[in-house]
Write a protein of this length. Structure first.
Length: 118
């Protein structure tokens, strides 16, 4: 009977620990994904300086249909990154500042997170 209580206790602790670890790992993954998207966006802006200056002046242009139809490259880039589009509009200082650059990558380069050339 005592062994049954111990095994029940150990299994419940293991389940709680597994749930806690899965919950704690999710925000880091989301932040890492956003950081990668911002990194790719900065590389995109290096090749499109006019778009860069427009968005720095008015970040809400990412929600402007007319602007997006005039800049197909930007529309295509943001189409699969709705979180990045929202981040640009709501937190432009983070996107255009150095908020996402501090981390494991240091600066921006032409390598992805697995070390492969883009």
């Amino acid at each position: 009977m005592n062994a049954f209580k111990n095994s029940k206790y150990i299994s419940s602790v293991a389940i709680i620990l597994a749930l806690a670890l899965s919950v704690l790992s999710t925000p880091d993954t989301a932040w890492s994904s956003m950081r990668d998207d911002v990194r790719e966006f900065h590389l995109f802006l290096q090749d499109h300086p006019r778009i860069s200056s427009d968005l720095r002046a008015n970040p809400n242009l990412v929600h402007n249909r007319r602007y997006m139809t005039q800049h197909d490259d930007l529309a295509r880039f943001l189409r699969n990154r709705p979180g990045l589009r929202q981040e640009i509009a709501s937190n432009p200082d983070r996107v255009f500042g150095r908020y996402y650059t501090n981390g494991r990558y240091g600066g921006y380069d032409r390598y992805d997170r697995f070390g492969r050339w883009r």
